[in-house]
Design a protein around this ligand. Structure first.
Ligand code: FES
Length: 242
């Protein structure tokens, strides 16, 4: 059975700096965009969190019962077991969150219609996990400190929509399905939109360790009317072609 140390490629005697460096290396290797998979990416992240928590290594195997090459379906089961503890733990692990950067699972709103899904489906992301979607449409990335969601997406090479990049037009809006995003200012989203989890990715930063967001939501009822014409802003990227 693969140990929690094997997953990060370190020994049990590795110091804190080595562990963190190994995590950063492995999480890049495991990213689906670099030849890995969602299951492997999550396994690497959980392995780091497990070691960082100081829990005995043996408890990791018994808790997951998987190795880091498991498939997505198996991982979905593990994820559902671990997500609540991960989220609940985030409140008292602020330092770790700031060091690692929150993990964002994203989904392109435009694929929902193709599969007959609704944005309100409670298992929307589990459904996305169960099908083969292009990495531009569904995947995971990590947000670095002081980065906005939009900046992080762009750093990974994704082309999310935007126009003003300053919180004034709503072209960059995303729907937060799980987790929380704070915005430095809000001058355009109505209270009703905010209550539905709509946030602006250009000025939005995760405040929870894990996040699920749907992007490309310009056709979401209520948002289309709210968006200011992108043409009036320079450096606009709202054609949404991919
Ligand atoms: S790009 Fe205009 S509000 Fe974000």
């Amino acid at each position: 059975m693969v140990s929690v140390y094997d997953i990060l490629g370190i020994t049990a005697s590795a110091n804190e700096e080595t562990i963190l460096q190994a995590y950063r290396t492995r999480v890049k290797e495991a990213h689906p965009d670099h030849g890995g998979s969602l299951a492997e990416f999550r396994q690497v992240r959980r392995a780091y969190e497990h070691i960082d928590s100081g829990a005995p290594a043996g408890e990791f195997e018994s808790a997951t019962g998987t190795n880091h090459h498991n498939n997505t379906a198996q991982d979905a089961d593990v994820e559902s077991q671990s997500s609540s503890s991960s989220v609940s733990a985030s409140a008292d692990t602020t330092d770790k969150t700031e060091t690692l950067g929150p993990t964002v699972e994203y989904l392109d709103y435009r694929v929902l219609a193709d599969y007959g899904w609704e944005i309100t489906d409670p298992d929307l992301f589990a459904k996305a996990d169960a099908v083969e979607l292009d990495i531009d449409a569904h995947g995971i990335f990590v947000v670095e400190p002081r980065e906005s969601l939009l900046e992080a997406a762009e750093r990974y090479g994704f082309s999310w929509p935007y126009a003003c990049r300053g919180g004034a037009c709503a072209n960059c809006a995303v729907a937060v399905i799980d987790g929380a995003v704070e915005m430095s200012v809000n001058t355009i989203l109505t209270q009703g939109m905010r209550d539905r989890g709509i946030r602006l990715s250009c000025i939005g930063q995760p405040v929870t360790n894990d996040l699920q967001v749907v992007f490309n939501i310009e056709q979401l009822p209520g948002l289309k009317e709210l968006r200011l014409p992108a043409e009036q802003f320079e450096n606009t990227r709202t054609d949404n072609s991919s």
